[in-house]
Write a protein that binds this ligand. Structure first.
Ligand code: ATP
Length: 137
């Protein structure tokens, strides 16, 4: 089955949103295949966001992502990458529809609560970056 990498960013963990976010994926019908809390190194985060390294907001993004533990997860099921992104909502929470995670819980693009892989190829890369093979059931 298709797998995607979903992460609850430091603001989401700090605000107590791990439960509600997991609940949305579970009730939609996805299966949790791996989960851990992690405080990743700066190098790890720079690798995760390497495609954005030239953006003006990159240093702030790395700082934000380093500001507390992250809940890293692998979710599995039909069309998990595309539907996972739909559950999260648009990157800019002000453009996220109500009913999506960002649309219900966020207003700031620099604190948008969660991450989801944007393609099957990137999902594979991100899962390999954040998890060891034996961690995934
Ligand atoms: P994510 O990869 O977190 O799921 P995304 O793929 O929807 O987000 P990207 O364009 O890859 O969006 O941006 C990655 C992250 O960088 C965003 O989720 C957000 O936290 C941050 N970001 C993007 N654009 C901006 C911006 N203009 N100002 C501040 N932060 C930004």
């Amino acid at each position: 089955d298709e797998q995607t990498f979903i992460a609850i960013k430091p603001d989401g963990v700090q605000r107590g949103l791990i439960g509600p976010i997991i609940s949305r994926f579970e009730t939609r019908g996805y299966k949790l295949a791996a989960i851990k809390l992690i405080s990743p190194s700066k190098e790890h985060l720079e690798k995760h966001y390497e495609d954005l390294s030239s953006k003006p907001f990159f240093p702030g993004l790395i700082k934000y992502m380093s500001s507390g533990p992250i809940c890293a997860m692998v979710w599995e099921g039909r069309d998990a990458v595309k539907t996972g992104r739909a559950l999260l909502g648009a990157t800019n929470p002000l453009a996220s529809a109500p009913g999506t995670i960002r649309g219900d819980y966020a207003i700031d693009i620099g604190r948008n609560i969660c991450h989801g892989s944007d393609s099957i190829e990137n999902a594979k890369k991100e899962i390999a970056l954040w998890f060891k093979e034996g961690d995934i059931v």
